[in-house]
Structures are given as structure tokens and as C-alpha cells.
Design a protein around this ligand. Sequence first.
Ligand code: PLP
Length: 490
Amino acid sequence: MGHCCAAFRRRVNVVGSTNQFELTESTLAPAGVSLGPMALDTIRDAVAALQSDIAAGPITPNVTPEEIRNYLTSRYDFKKTVPLDEVVADVERMLHTWQVQVTHPRYFGLFNPSVTLASILADTLAAMYNPQLATWRTSPAANEIERHTLAWLAAKFGFPANAIATFTTGGAEANLSAVIVALTRAFPEYGERGLRALAATPTVYLTGEAHHSFNKIAHMTGLGRQALRTVGTDRDLKMDVADLATRVAEDRKNGFAPFMVIGTAGTTAAGAIDPLRDLVNFCRRESLWFHVDAAWGGAAAISPVLRHHLTGIEAADSIACDAHKWFSVPMGAGMFFCRHPDSVAAAFHAETSYMPRKTIGPVTDPYTTSVQWSRRFIGLKLFLALAQNGESGYSEMIEHQTRMGDVLREALQRAGWRIVNTTPLPLVCFTRDGLDTAKFLAALHARQIAWMSEVRLGNGAPVVRACITSFRTTEPDIVRVVSEMSLLTP
Ligand SMILES: Cc1ncc(COP(=O)(O)O)c(C=O)c1O
């Protein structure tokens, strides 16, 4: 059996099974068949070489659509074949030259992370085995690995053991799932007869800082974009609970049917965290579904240092959290958590003769509990990265980036910039008198100093937004960026 025997001799308790049994080498197929140690070493070396190449090279590309289209047309008519090694090399050259390098240590952008080696290997494995996770029967191993991983994070959020969770393509799908389930629970006739059967128009409450996916979701679910009620914020851009109460009361008086409040834990523009505890209390009193969009900030739940910023999340009805943001795995990997498994089942139930019969036992078939039907092994990248780095490795990674956020904030202040947002998370919005943000960013990108973006907070003027998204970003990177930035402005 060779090198892998020792691992198989361990006793393994199967999660969710009433019988505990021992897995031996005769139970599992031998490992290392395709991605053996040599292949792992090769991929590790390739990833390390790519990373140092990216770190040394440009962050922002300079190319027009015509240039890329002409290049593709001249090489790929799909009539003549091209050897695989040639196409792979060509694609790598294109990706290297013609994209914003989001894994660069000086990419201070939109929540797109650097990715761990383990999560890269996981995507390779998922593609190689191509497991179908729609039903438990077709892929027991993959389904249980996802369940095990999600149960770990659900516990970190403080959700009960019977909560249900699924991997999604990203935060937008997780938010969509939340709205569908909340509608189904509040209006049981919604599933069969649609919104037109309801006596009153349902309404949803969020701030202007909530993610824009909710506008599309209101459109897609049939609620209509006007069903979204924009609640006021305080000076730190957190939801104003008194304004929420006023709007809900007024809507009820005017014959609307409020059913859902959305709090954000780490807003996209400014990293603000809504007052989750107060919102939970309000929603309980008013019988409203409370969803927390923690697409980015949710990862703080695993850090003993940062967890308290999310207090209240444990009592939410549902949570969206992206593994492909602060958990540093490749896109797309979101997660949807819900404390009402019965409502999730009511929202997504499906039965048809061409699918395998319902699996008997303490398991669910994900195509009956989620938006997706065919389902990729999304969760493997989080599982593998967690297994390798452990909880403490992960929270160290998150705390490191938070420290780098503090370093950036302080360095900017020292250099005379004005910080215009308040958050404990590593996202800094800043400006200075007379700054032309667009011109400043164009120069920043052209000189390859760093990648940052423009944003408006509330109804304010444009400011610069810089978010630490890479576990590779170091203090010297930040010092260099801030000092080179000073040369760009008067
Ligand atoms: C707070 C928040 N929610 C939801 C989303 C949408 O997530 P995704 O792009 O993974 O669909 C984002 C994306 O940045 C976000 O910042």
C-alpha cells in the first residue's frame, strides 16, 4: 500500500451516522492515484513561481477590446487544432498580461482575495472527479465533506445544530436564497400561486449601503425593485433602527406587508457593520425575517479577536457568507445558512421521476434544498484549506489582514489624507481637499503603484476605497504605496 497506509489506519467516525465504524485501507480506494506527491510538488512550485512573477509585474493591464479580439481571431478559428500545451501556455500569457492581478500584494480592491495553494488543488480535484452533488446518493463523499465544513462555520456563527446550509456560487445567490425562503415562510401561498395571490404588497428593509444584488433579487423574485425600502443610516453608515421602526409602522398603516430586514456585516463600499443585536430584537418584536449579508465580514466570526463585532448574527434567521472573499479561496464559493430547515425545504422542494429516489436517512438531497440543480463540489476548496491551515491558521490570516488595514489607515493619516469611513475591518476610504479621484486613480494604476477604486459613501462626493484582500500584503508594501501616492498629489 506504500506511503498512504498510515493515514488509513486511523479510526474515523462517520458524521451523521448512528453506527460508528472503522475505515481501513480495504474500505477506501488507495490514495495518490492521480495527484500523488510528485504532482503536488509540481503544482506547489508552479503556484509559487507564478506568485513571485505576479508580485514583480504590473497590477493593471493596458489593453483595448479590439486588441484582444484581433489576437483571438488570428489564432483560434476552431477549424485547425492547437496542441494542448500550446493553448495552455497562450492562455497563461493572456491572463498574465490582460487582467487586473487580484492576487498581487498591492491589489487593494473589491474583496477578490489571494488564494491558498490548498484551495487551488481543491478546484483541480473537483474538476478531475467531477462529482455531481445534486443528490446525496450520487456523491456521498462530497456531500458529507460539504456538510461537515458548513456545520463547522454554522457553529462559529452560533447557529443551532439543526440549521441548514449550502454552498452557493457567491453572495448574490445566497442573498437570493434568503429572500425566496423568507417569502415562502411569510406567505405560504407564494410558492404555488405567486405574489399576485397576496392581499398586500410585501416590502423589504435595507440601507442604501446594502449590496446592490438585492435590487436584482427584488426584480427576479417578482417583488419588484420598488418593494425595497431604503432605511436611513447614522454617521458611520450603520442602519438607523429608529428610522427602520418608523418606515415599517408607516408601511403597515398604508396596507403594505413588511416581511424582511437585511443587515449587512461589512458593507461593500465602507465595511460598515449594521447594529445586528438591535436589529435582531426589532425583528423578533415585529415578526420580521432578519437576514445578515456577511458576504465579506462573516469570516470575522472565526477570529477570537474580531468575533464580537458580529454579536447578534447568532440570532439571525439566515446568513450569506462568501468563502471566495475573506476565506481566500477561488471564485465562486458562497454559502447560505438558515435556521429554519422546514422553510428551506418548502421553498426548494422538487420531485421528478428522472432524479434518483429520495435518499433515506439523516441526509438531504441538495437539489431539493437550494436554488441549484446540478451542483459542483464548491465546498472542497474551503475544506482542504481549513484542514491544512486549521482554525488558528485561518484566524491568524484574517487578523493579519485586519492589522494591515490599521497600518494603511495610520500611514494615510500620517501622510495627510482624510479617512472618511469607520470600521474595524481592513477597508479604508479616504480623500484630501481638491482631489480629483478619477485622475488620481488613473495615475495610480498607470504607474502600477497599487490597485484601488472609487466609491461614493451615502450621497457624498467620490472618495478612494482601499481594501486589504491579500494575506500576502505586508507592512513594507503599504509603506511603499503610501509614499509613492504622495508623489501623485500636490
Ligand atoms: C456585502 C456583499 N454582499 C453580496 C455580494 C455579492 O457577492 P458575490 O459577488 O459573491 O455574488 C458582495 C460582493 O462584493 C458584497 O460585498
